[in-house]
Design a protein around this ligand. Structure first.
Ligand SMILES: Cc1ncc(C[n+]2csc(CCOP(=O)(O)OP(=O)(O)O)c2C)c(N)n1
Ligand SMILES: [Mg+2]
Length: 367
């Protein structure tokens, strides 16, 4: 028998709508109300300023750690903004803005990263899962939620976020396989920010794109300019509409850049060049969107300045409230809720803490 080609009708598209200079492709421009565009802009700016504040709080020793989103504002907001409140959202650990948009109070981020467990609470009625630190594990949870939605014939969809690094985890492939087989309403959003801690995208996979990994599961895969909020929104809208109408899952590879640190324990200067960062700063998702909004007559420099001041005050109030809540908590609290009976190593640590606290108190008493 001769060899013959198996015809596979697959290809992957790349979508961009706003170019690097904020010039819009009129043919592809989504028709969004002015008020909604301004709401997106406000959220992006708040996301950026809150990120900067969190980094400062960590550097001042006022919270423990933090995973900055700087540069990825459009990538996550453009996608999550398509969801209805009744849909589900399953984040990794770099989705501050997506979680905020879904209704997580800003105070909760400070509490969580300050080590206060109540900051991890998902409030009643918010259909989101808590953040997930084990890389890729949440993708399976999303596939399961999608299968449940389908089984119950609910009109919802589920959107999950993960990084370029997560695509090398078995969990990612297992989740895509299940979602494909069950044609579950799952939108897989891969925020390809070019780095998995110090491992560059080029060493993560030999594949030319991450989006093409969807094709093996017969799932549509699309690559978008993740620093272009209009492109991310348009791709996510198409995916959500398809999922909601019974057309199954989609994978979106959102090409963006982690402009800041991996987490506060990381120093990216050790493994990447300043030139690379500068190149991506020129594609900043916020300034690009601002040019577009100014061009549309929706925004002025004065308007931006007023908004900056408003946001600064809002964040300051949030910091004050969170820090008030963190005052006067007994540090021994950390040992209270994990084990019914503390193992010997933790008993020892608790005793050490009690001794240290007593010493500190003595120093305070002695002036
Ligand atoms: C299963 C697992 N392995 C390793 C780690 C340590 N770790 C935390 S984040 C990370 C890299 C993740 O990269 P990527 O998926 O690209 O997400 P990004 O941090 O860039 O948002 C690693 C290896 C972890 N948290 N979980
Ligand atoms: Mg990454």
């Amino acid at each position: 028998m001769p060899r013959k080609e198996i015809e596979l009708p697959y290809s992957t598209e790349y979508l961009a709508i706003l170019d690097q200079n904020g010039v819009v492709d009129k043919e592809l421009e989504p028709d969004l109300p002015d008020e909604f565009l301004l709401k997106l802009h406000r959220a992006m700016l708040l996301g950026r300023r809150f990120d900067e504040r969190m980094l400062n709080l960590q550097r001042q020793g006022r919270i423990g750690t933090f995973a900055p989103i700087k540069g990825q504002e459009a990538s996550q907001l453009g996608a999550v903004a398509v969801l209805e409140p009744s849909d589900w959202m399953v984040p990794a650990f770099r989705e501050t803005l997506a979680e905020y948009w879904r209704g997580k109070p800003l105070e909760s981020f400070i509490l969580y990263y300050g080590g206060y467990d109540e900051g991890g609470l998902v409030e009643e009625g918010r259909n989101d899962l808590p953040i997930s630190i084990p890389v890729g594990s949440q993708i399976l949870h999303a596939a399961g939620i999608g299968m449940a939605i389908k089984y119950r014939k609910e009109p919802q969809v589920v959107m999950t976020f993960f990084g370029d690094g997560a695509t090398s985890e078995g969990d990612f492939h297992e989740a895509m396989n299940f979602a494909g087989v069950y044609q579950a309403p799952v939108i897989f959003v891969c925020q390809n920010n070019q780095w998995a801690i110090s491992l560059p995208r080029a060493k993560q996979t030999h594949s030319k794109t991450l989006a093409q990994k969807a094709l093996a599961h017969d799932i549509p895969g699309i690559q978008v300019d993740g620093n272009d909020i209009l492109a991310v929104y348009a791709a996510a809208k198409e995916a959500v509409d398809r999922a909601r109408s019974g057309g199954g899952p989609t994978m979106i590879e959102s090409v963006t850049y982690r402009m800041s640190l991996h987490t506060t324990a990381d120093d990216p200067k050790k493994y990447r060049s300043e030139d690379e960062v500068k190149k991506w700063e020129e594609k900043d998702p916020i300034s690009r969107f601002q040019i577009y909004l100014k061009e549309k007559g929706l925004l002025t420099d004065e308007g931006i300045n007023n908004l900056e001041a408003e946001i600064e005050n809002e964040i300051q109030e949030v910091v004050n409230t969170a820090e008030k809540r963190m005052e006067n908590v007994d540090p021994q609290h950390i040992f209270n809720h994990i084990f019914a009976d503390l193992p010997p190593s933790l008993i020892q640590q608790r005793e050490e803490l009690i001794r240290n606290l007593a010493l500190e108190q003595k120093e305070v008493d002695n002036g």
